[in-house]
Design a binder for this molecule. Structure first.
Ligand code: SAH
Length: 378
């Protein structure tokens, strides 16, 4: 199967009939970068590598020639939108909901926002799905606050899609590339959805960070937890913890967990996630991970295991040097960028031995690959 919009959309690096070739490519990239540090296991593929995305977003414009509203994705580095009806990576139901919103927008005369003339209303639709709970959130992003015929629109959408559990109206008048604005109003339901990962329940708000491939995320997190070899006695540090997922799953098998995260909203979600799962041995600090680990190292705090899951840029030099001073018995590095991982391993292997390196294919058909590394003190 080949994707028609492959070239124009630009999100995928491989065509849809190239899964094997893609795995070989990713394995080769991991081997080249990481084999100097230890044996690289075979990448864990996705059993059914389609329709895995639990988060789908679409931009809207009005096609004057066809006299109707169209939706799709922004071409990279461009303001033009490639129309897309279905994407082989998206949750199928999410794509269906977006198609129906397009039709409803025309029925209700909700004009898409025109960025050049600054007219119109509808900018984006964001759909998020709780993979295990089956809950659906629809976020309608508009440029202006007044939502014409709002209640009837909501009613019509719900009657077409009773699986939707919450609808949020987000207002984004800014000219930035950010999809969501500051202001949100819940039009239906709780304003968030929940999902279950590794036996824990997590709240997903419109702007929360949550991995987009829940099937492979469970494999990734299980690998990270297995690598930590927790017995229930450990003091654990979860750096770059996001909404607390890894730390919360680990807390069930550790004595105590401390999580650090820079994003204020993610920390709030992390705290409520811990409460929701009745976990009382985890603490979260909103701070820069480097500043916090510097303090922890100065105060000679003791940790048995450190998880780190930094953004694509990897960890800072200073973070790594404080991590070496902290001297945990084990380090479990979860990385979404093997290049910065290799750079950081160079520093860490001054005092740590790399035991295992495991790639997980979290983003089939795109060029991205996730990796978990198990390290112990020399
Ligand atoms: N472990 C989480 C999140 C990983 S994404 C999960 O699996 O879901 C990386 C996280 O690092 C993001 O939540 C981002 O907000 C956070 N982050 C980025 N820079 C940071 C910094 N300097 N200090 C602390 N957290 C940071």
């Amino acid at each position: 199967m080949q994707c028609k919009q492959f070239k124009k959309c630009g999100a995928c690096r491989f065509q849809l009939d190239e899964y094997e070739r893609q795995l070989a490519y990713k394995q080769n990239a991991l081997n080249n970068l990481l084999s100097p540090f230890g044996k690289v296991n075979n990448i864990i593929p996705m059993e059914n590598p389609f329709n895995y995305r639990n988060k789908v977003q679409s931009a809207f414009y009005f096609d004057r020639k066809r006299n109707k509203t169209v939706s799709g994705v922004y071409q990279s580095n461009s303001k033009s939108i490639t129309p897309i009806d279905f994407c082989a990576l998206d949750d199928k139901k999410a794509d269906e909901i977006i198609l129906n919103i397009r039709k409803l927008a025309d029925d209700f005369k909700l004009k898409p926002y025109d960025i050049r003339n600054k007219t119109g209303f509808l900018r984006h639709i964001l759909i998020r799905k709780g993979f295990k709970t089956g809950e659906f959130m629809v976020v309608i992003v508009s440029a202006t606050p007044v939502f014409p015929a709002r209640n009837n629109f909501v009613k019509a959408l719900l009657s077409k899609h009773p699986e939707i559990t919450t609808i949020v109206h987000n207002i984004n008048p800014s000219e930035t590339n950010l999809m969501l604005g500051e202001q949100s109003k819940t039009l239906y339901g709780k304003g968030y959805i929940e999902d279950i990962l590794c036996g824990c329940r997590f709240r997903i708000s419109p702007a929360s960070f949550y991995q987009v491939n829940p099937v492979q995320t469970e494999i990734l997190y299980n690998t990270a937890i297995e690598y930590a070899e927790l017995t229930g006695k450990e003091a654990v540090f979860d750096a770059y913890c996001g909404t607390g997922t890894i730390g919360i799953i680990a807390s069930k098998k550790s004595k105590q967990v401390l999580g650090v995260e820079l994003n204020e909203k993610a920390v709030k979600d992390a705290i409520s996630n811990a409460k929701q799962n009745n976990i009382d041995n985890i603490y979260f600090i909103e701070a820069d991970a480097t500043e916090l680990i510097n303090d922890l190292a100065k105060q000679k705090e003791h940790f048995d295991v450190v998880f780190l899951d930094p953004p694509r840029a990897g960890a800072s030099k200073e973070f790594l040097s404080s991590l070496l001073k902290l001297k945990p018995k084990k380090i479990v590095y979860v990385s979404c960028n093997p290049k910065t991982l290799a750079r950081d391993l160079k520093t860490l292997t001054k005092a740590y031995r790399v035991n295992k390196i495991q790639g997980v294919d979290m983003f089939p058909f795109t060029e991205h690959v996730e990796c978990v590394v198990n390290m112990s003190k020399e």
